[in-house]
Design a protein around this ligand. Structure first.
Ligand SMILES: [Zn+2]
Length: 480
């Protein structure tokens, strides 16, 4: 089944296909603004996009997907935070970028192929602004800023369906005096020493020093890394207007061609039935939840437990439900492994292919549901239904459950869920047992199997069992 996804521009569900001759699917996802911790609402979007990336890789091949996600490291908010803390802008943005990456790793997000920064692509942004000025789509304001002239792009509002009257109200900001029309938006912001401090770059030809407006960065990064036309552009629904609407205007007027062939927006996350806010006490970062003892995989599961295009209500109960759901999948996986006499260490890479299984078994429906407009909640529902209904043989069976294991491994890849299939250690081994284990491991490495065996017996006599893996060992307390 091909991947079909709702397109916010045409408001229809359409098949995703690469459009370039090289067959590479070009995918741009608006990234975070790095001035504060990303909250779990931000991560809903990134987790949903990660599932999308994984589906695309299975459908087109891992080397046929190019995924770009940017970092906004200069804008009003980042500059404001640097000023508040009296620190250089780069200090603030590097700190929050590092923490963002740690959260991404904990949530098992595949790193994008390119992660450009706004400050690293000033030249590309300035170039685009110059082209827009030359073509008459942008003009210099008296203060040295550059604005996009909305009246030159009749297609404006096509994505958000915003009416002209609403537009005037929305865009009527303080610096309206400098604009030809209140609807015009900034491509380049003239340097204001009292606000910008040390943050400034040489401007486009004919404009003054300053910094780029926020919207132009995505247009420029996307163009420089993926070309004039991309296959999919995504982000949270809050970016649909004005950010994405402005991106379309800038890119299409500059490049003279379609910008994104498909637009996808994930919906807001509510917490305890309402929007997240620090004052309501329902504002969570991943770190807050980990500190409360929750596993990031349970957070990831909970963020996928609703349709991405519908608002999702996140509660601590939904996290408990996610934990139990993951345990049910783990116990199914363990049962398949034990029936198939396969070790847990072999499982994640059981069928190490980059594409989807050639034969689907009972979990084929999960792939179908995800390909049907990324219906993650339905897909998870069908996963559990199939697991519950699965008939294991009652007696010994020569069947190795290879199809089941391969498809479960693929399904876990699609959801990006890591299972823990090793038995949990009940206690930490005392130092003398660890010392014996180290000796035995060394003996085994030296192929002194007689000593290794004798040590294993000694360890067992002390009430511990040593389990060997390829890259090390674990110690488990024997039941008394
Ligand atoms: Zn963007």
């Amino acid at each position: 089944m091909a991947i079909r996804l709702f397109d916010s521009l045409t408001r229809t569900t359409r098949e995703l296909q690469p459009s370039h001759a090289d067959g590479v699917f070009r995918f741009y996802n608006c990234g975070p603004t790095v001035y504060a911790p990303a909250h779990i609402g931000n991560f809903r979007t990134f987790v949903v996009n990660d599932v999308l990336r994984r589906l695309l890789e299975l459908e087109f091949g891992a080397n046929k997907v190019k995924h770009v996600r940017n970092l906004t490291d200069v804008d009003d908010r980042t500059i404001g935070q640097a000023k508040k803390e009296s620190r250089p802008l780069a200090d603030i943005t590097q700190h929050w970028t590092k923490l963002f990456h740690e959260d991404c790793t904990a949530l098992n997000l595949l790193p994008p192929h390119h992660e450009p920064t706004a400050t690293g692509t000033i030249k590309e942004q300035v170039n685009m602004i110059e082209v827009l000025m030359e073509k008459g789509h942008a003009y210099r304001a008296p203060d040295g800023s550059v604005y996009f002239k909305l009246a030159t792009f009749p297609g404006y509002g096509g994505l958000s369906r915003i009416k002209e009257r609403e537009l005037k109200i929305t865009n009527a900001v303080a610096d309206a005096d400098h604009k030809d029309s209140v609807s015009d938006f900034a491509l380049w912001k003239a340097y204001k020493p009292e606000e910008d401090g040390a943050v400034k770059w040489p401007g486009p030809r004919g404009a003054g020093e300053g910094r780029p407006g926020w919207h132009i960065e995505c247009s420029a990064m996307s163009k420089s890394l993926l070309g004039d036309t991309i296959d999919l552009h995504t982000g949270g629904v809050d970016l649909l207007f004005p950010h994405h609407e402005n991106e379309i205007a800038q890119s299409q007027c500059c490049n003279g061609t379609t910008f994104a062939r498909h637009w996808y927006h994930s919906e807001h996350l509510l917490v305890d039935g309402t929007t997240m806010s620090k004052s309501k006490g329902n504002y969570y970062t991943l770190r807050d939840l980990v500190a409360k003892g929750y596993d990031p995989m349970a957070v990831r599961y909970a963020l996928l437990a609703g349709h991405p295009r519908k608002q999702l209500n996140f509660t601590l109960d939904s996290l408990h439900a996610a934990e139990s759901a993951i345990k049910r999948i783990e116990s199914y996986a363990k049962k398949l492994l034990s029936y198939g006499a396969i070790t847990a260490a072999e499982f994640p890479d059981y069928f190490k292919t980059t594409d989807k299984p050639k034969v689907w078994g009972v979990l084929g429906i999960v792939w179908d549901m995800l390909c049907d407009d990324l219906s993650t909640a339905l897909a998870l529902g069908h996963l559990h239904k199939a697991i519950n209904a699965f008939q294991f043989p009652t007696g010994p069976s020569p069947y190795r459950f290879e199809i089941e294991l391969a498809e479960l491994s693929k399904v876990m890849f699609m959801f990006g869920l890591r299972l823990s299939l090793e038995e949990k250690k009940s206690a930490v081994a005392p130092a003398e047992i660890t010392a014996l284990a180290e000796k035995r491991w060394a003996a085994k490495a030296a192929k002194d199997f007689a000593t290794a065996d004798a040590l294993r017996k000694e360890i067992a006599a002390a009430g511990w069992s040593m389990l060997d893996r390829k890259d090390g060992y674990s110690l488990e307390q024997l039941k008394k």
